[in-house]
Design a protein around this ligand. Structure first.
Ligand code: HEC
Ligand code: HEC
Ligand code: HEC
Length: 476
């Protein structure tokens, strides 16, 4: 009989989806709690640092760790972290270990409501039962209860319908535990576990689709995070960090500063400050070993590595000789606002505290987001008790004196002289970054998203039935 339809209809993905939808989430077996055990609690403490729970669950400037109230800017509005201290009234004191695991790995709260993926359960879902147990023991036995409820999340309709996250999870949550790859070394496996299940590099560095889910096909290929941009950190020598040595990457994760390459600002600085700097060197080396062998993903628009652009400027003497009105506006503003620290030559200070602007990834990158955001928000990072600080020139700063046009002029001057001359910055680019950066489709669609998601799920269900009937017919 002549086969009219392909022999194997593309069932696998759809079936998996149907199964996931029908079964919902299943949490597996849990290690029995052996009561507050100091060793286990200590391990839980270390894991909480590696997973950076405190960064999101502590309000800025607060002295009460894990009491919640940090507003995570999302394109849909601010999502506030909750109190995860063992307070029975305001925190997670009533959570059983099973409920705790459910929240961490499936994004479902004790009362059954879905969490927003601002809580990185899509990463923590990879955590082993042992590690979830250690975290639970730590939170229940070693964290001080805080008796207060932080500000509540109130997203606009339709995003306030938490049940819609159930559909999102069915489509995008890969609810499976980490499985070591026997073809890789123990160090690389450890590095992958740390990088994905705990440090969740992917939540920031992996691009997302229109529904804000990570694109499975391009891990760590670079992604926009509101105003900041988390660059491509795959092993590609041009688009990624293939040209970085293991020592460079180790130093970056431990300190956030690799002279002649990159400095960490924004969310990367926070991750280093609160988490990576405190991890064991062996664990950082394992992460480096893993990251170094992540398959290269290149963007053929990139022609040279971002840290390779630019050179020192010879214009210092010109500043002195020419009156201000003979300099371009960008150069004039640069000499007034930036050159005191980064020097007119762009070489920075000899001790490297003020970094050089050429051979600097923020300036050599193919998009100017991190340059513009650095000018607006500055840099702040505390490592080993030392604070690195650049003031921001944006709202809320004592030097909030620059217009969008001014920042575009400075950026263009910096790009042309120290960075990637193909990059042009307009005042509209600056305005977009000020307003929180480019928005994914899910936020632009606004009120249409949830109906659109429901329609998509209904269509998929119909498609599954269609294929199942089809496969039965062709088999018969
Ligand atoms: C990137 C930010 C972020 C990190 C990191 C993070 N969380 Fe969360 N977490 C949140 C947010 C935001 C919420 C509330 C989400 C919501 O309201 O939908 C949340 C909610 C929770 C809840 C549900 C609590 C409740 O109110 O019932 C638990 C439990 C939790 N987190 C535990 C943890 C633990 C343990 C870690 C570290 C292993 C962690 N979180 C790391 C952002 C984060
Ligand atoms: C909370 C978001 C976030 C997380 C988590 C995160 N990063 Fe980043 N990362 C960023 C941002 C944003 C930048 C750009 C910082 C800048 O230029 O100031 C960055 C920069 C980097 C850079 C420098 C790239 C360059 O060209 O300058 C490296 C390397 C890097 N991250 C590695 C990692 C690794 C490895 C992990 C996990 C262990 C990780 N990051 C986790 C957001 C994040
Ligand atoms: C008061 C001193 C000071 C001034 C003024 C200053 N900077 Fe900085 N800048 C710093 C410091 C400190 C860092 C962070 C160094 C580090 O992270 O190790 C930095 C970092 C940077 C970076 C790298 C950021 C990243 O995330 O990769 C860029 C780009 C930059 N500055 C550009 C500028 C521009 C443009 C201006 C003028 C609008 C300016 N800076 C003004 C001190 C300054």
């Amino acid at each position: 009989m002549k086969q009219k339809y392909p022999k194997k209809p593309p069932l696998s993905g759809l079936t998996a989806l149907a199964v996931a939808t029908i079964l919902g989430s299943c949490t597996g077996a849990y290690a029995q709690s052996s009561g507050p055990d100091t060793n286990v609690a200590q391990r839980g403490h270390y894991l909480a640092i590696a997973a950076d729970c405190a960064a999101c669950h502590t309000a800025p400037g607060s002295t009460q760790p894990f009491a919640g109230g940090y507003g995570i800017a999302s394109p849909l509005g601010s999502i506030y972290s909750t109190n995860i201290t063992p307070s029975k009234e305001h925190g997670i004191g009533n959570y059983t270990e099973k409920e705790f695991a459910h929240a961490l790995r499936e994004g479902i709260r004790r009362d059954g409501a879905h969490l927003y993926p601002a809580m990185p359960y899509t990463s923590y879902t990879k955590l082993t039962d042992d590690d979830v147990h250690a975290l639970y023991v730590y939170f229940m036995s070693a964290v001080k209860p805080v008796e207060s409820t932080p500000q509540k999340t109130a997203l606009p309709f339709p995003y306030n319908i938490r049940a819609s996250m159930g559909i999102w999870n069915a489509l995008f949550l890969d609810d499976t535990r980490f499985k070591p790859d026997p073809s890789k070394s123990a160090e690389i496996n450890r590095g992958q576990y740390l990088s994905y299940a705990l440090a969740h590099c992917d939540t920031c560095h992996t691009p997302r689709n229109a529904m804000m889910a990570e694109k499975g096909g391009s891990p760590l290929a670079g992604a926009s995070l509101s105003s900041w941009y988390a660059p491509n950190i795959t092993s590609d020598p041009v688009s990624g960090i293939g040209g970085w040595s293991s020592e460079d990457l180790f130093r970056y994760l431990k300190t956030g500063d690799v002279p002649g390459k990159a400095q960490a600002g924004g969310p990367m600085a926070e991750a280093i400050e609160h988490s990576f700097q405190s991890l064991d060197d062996a664990d950082i080396r394992a992460m480096v070993a893993y990251i170094k062998q992540v398959p290269a993903i290149s963007d053929n628009k990139d022609t040279a590595p971002r840290e390779s652009y630019g050179k020192a400027s010879g214009r210092e003497a010109v500043y002195r000789a020419l009156p201000a009105n003979r300099l371009s506006r960008g150069e004039y503003l640069f000499s007034g606002e930036c050159a005191a620290c980064h020097r007119p030559t762009g070489q920075g200070s000899p001790d490297g505290y003020y970094p050089q602007l050429f051979h600097n990834t923020a300036v050599g990158a193919p998009i100017a987001d991190n340059l513009i955001t650095t000018i607006l928000m500055g840099v702040r990072r505390e490592v080993n008790g030392h604070t690195t600080y650049m003031p921001g020139f944006g709202p809320g700063s004592y030097v909030d004196t620059l217009s969008d046009q001014d920042i575009a002029d400075i950026s263009n001057y910096v790009e042309q002289n120290f960075g990637n001359p193909n990059v042009k910055v307009s005042p509209d680019d600056v305005k977009l970054i000020r307003s929180g950066g480019p928005k994914p489709l899910i936020a632009q669609l606004g009120a249409f998203t949830v109906p659109a998601m429901i329609v998509a799920v209904v269509l998929l269900t119909l498609a599954i039935f269609f294929f199942i009937r089809l496969s039965r017919k062709t088999k018969a």
